[in-house]
Design a protein around this ligand. Structure first.
Ligand code: FAD
Length: 371
């Protein structure tokens, strides 16, 4: 389904409505929702496997799914009753596709800060007025998880996470979506205003950092890396099929040592990312406290390594097969699209920001303990 429409959604930079409809119909939107709430009780391994499978076909669809799962897991673990039960039932029924609003003007991707104040009013209501520079699927989402500066905050890092249903907000487009890649993610700039009942805070006011460290960070880095690996693996697979094809055998010199070395390097990059992904997935699925320095370093390392190596792997495939199949939009290898899409990986929560955090985390771990 995702493959059928990807040429049009990429060309026109529009949201993959058909793929979302399938995610609703098949229960994928409720993958991580416990079975007692009607969901699939999926594991982190399921999330990784599905994200990789979708990424093989279309990185935008994969990221839409992985980001939704990250949001839904925050509800599973941190929403209070009765909001939790209401939202989990909607997720399981495929009626709730969740968008994420963490990026903010002036702070870029910095996750632990927010400047837009969440205002409390007398009647147990919270007022939202939030500029959101980039919201994947924002025009299609049924609900939003939004970070804002907590009521009574005394510092920028006192951040609250709130849930707002689409009908509780006035949603205005604040610009165009015309990117190099990830075009079908339709990540529009939006302005969100409205009011929600106070019970729609997820977790405690001011304690978003706990959700970020236990859910948002780990699931983002693991889910995104799985999608990126899927995208690069799909690219390699299509190239290898082309080379093995009778027509490909005529076109390419399979005895070329340069070609073999390039293929080997690409595969080596992907196996490295895969090993790191599975190791991190095992750690995150265990009961350990992920906020310690060694765990955070591993999670960040996964994100940085996957974003760099998957991009480099596809870039190397472009050299391996040359202009006709590496650079042209109409090649069945789809390397041109994969490369454009994967270029976003290092920017999607800036690798530079993660390196800065990692440098500080390194100083906290003088024994250099690996987890
Ligand atoms: C396809 C896609 C979809 C996205 N979807 C969403 C979404 O749905 N919701 C959402 O909230 N966000 C979304 N994002 C945003 C993403 O998660 C990042 O937060 C965002 O891309 C960061 O934007 P930025 O590069 O402008 O900002 P920054 O992170 O501020 O980076 C800007 C520049 O500053 C540099 N820099 C960063 N920190 C420092 C520092 N401390 N010192 C010096 N230089 C620094 C970086 O290297 C970079 O060059 C999406 C991004 C992409 C690419």
């Amino acid at each position: 389904m995702a493959e059928e429409h990807l040429e049009a959604t990429d060309r026109d930079a529009v949201f993959p409505e058909q793929a979302l409809a399938q995610m609703r119909r098949t229960g994928l939107l409720g993958l991580l929702v416990p079975a007692e709430h009607g969901g699939c009780s999926g594991t982190l391994t399921d999330l990784v496997d599905v994200s990789m499978a979708l990424g093989r076909v279309d990185m935008s669809v994969g990221m839409i799914f992985a980001m939704h799962c990250q949001q839904s897991e925050a509800i599973v673990r941190y929403a209070a009753s009765p909001l939790r039960e209401e939202l989990l039932a909607q997720l399981a029924a495929g009626d709730l596709y969740l968008a994420s609003v963490t990026t903010e003007p002036g702070k870029g991707g910095h996750l632990f800060r927010s400047y837009a104040p969440l205002q409390e009013s007398d009647d147990d209501t919270l007022m939202i007025d939030r500029v959101a520079p980039i919201v994947t699927g924002g025009a299609a989402a049924d609900g939003f998880l939004i970070t804002m500066r907590s009521p009574h905050a005394t510092a920028d890092h006192h951040v609250s996470l709130v849930y707002a249903h689409r009908h509780q907000l006035r949603i205005e487009g604040a610009g165009e979506w015309c990117p190099m890649g990830m075009r079908a993610s339709h990540s529009l700039p939006l302005t969100l205003t409205g009011s929600i009942p106070a019970r729609q805070v997820i977790g405690q006011h001011g304690a978003f950092h706990q959700i970020a460290q236990s859910v948002f960070g780990p699931l983002a880095h693991i889910g995104w890396s799985a999608v990126w690996l899927g995208t690069a693996a799909g690219a390699l697979s299509r190239v290898v099929r082309l080379l093995r094809d009778p027509a490909g055998r005529k076109r390419f010199d399979l005895s070329s040592q340069l070609l073999m070395t390039r293929l080997s390097r690409v595969r080596q990059r992907l196996d490295t990312v895969h090993a790191l992904l599975r190791r991190t997935e095992t750690l995150a699925a265990s009961d350990v406290d992920l906020s310690d320095a060694s765990s955070q370093l591993l999670l960040n390392s996964l994100k940085i390594t996957a974003s760099e190596e998957c991009y480099r792997a596809v870039d190397e495939l472009v050299d391996a097969v040359g202009l006709r199949h590496g650079y042209m939009q109409d090649s069945p290898t789809r390397l041109e699209k994969s490369l454009r899409d994967l270029r976003s990986a290092a920017l999607n929560y800036s690798n530079d920001r993660l390196h800065l955090a990692d440098g500080q985390l390194c100083l906290l771990d003088p024994d250099v303990r690996f987890v």
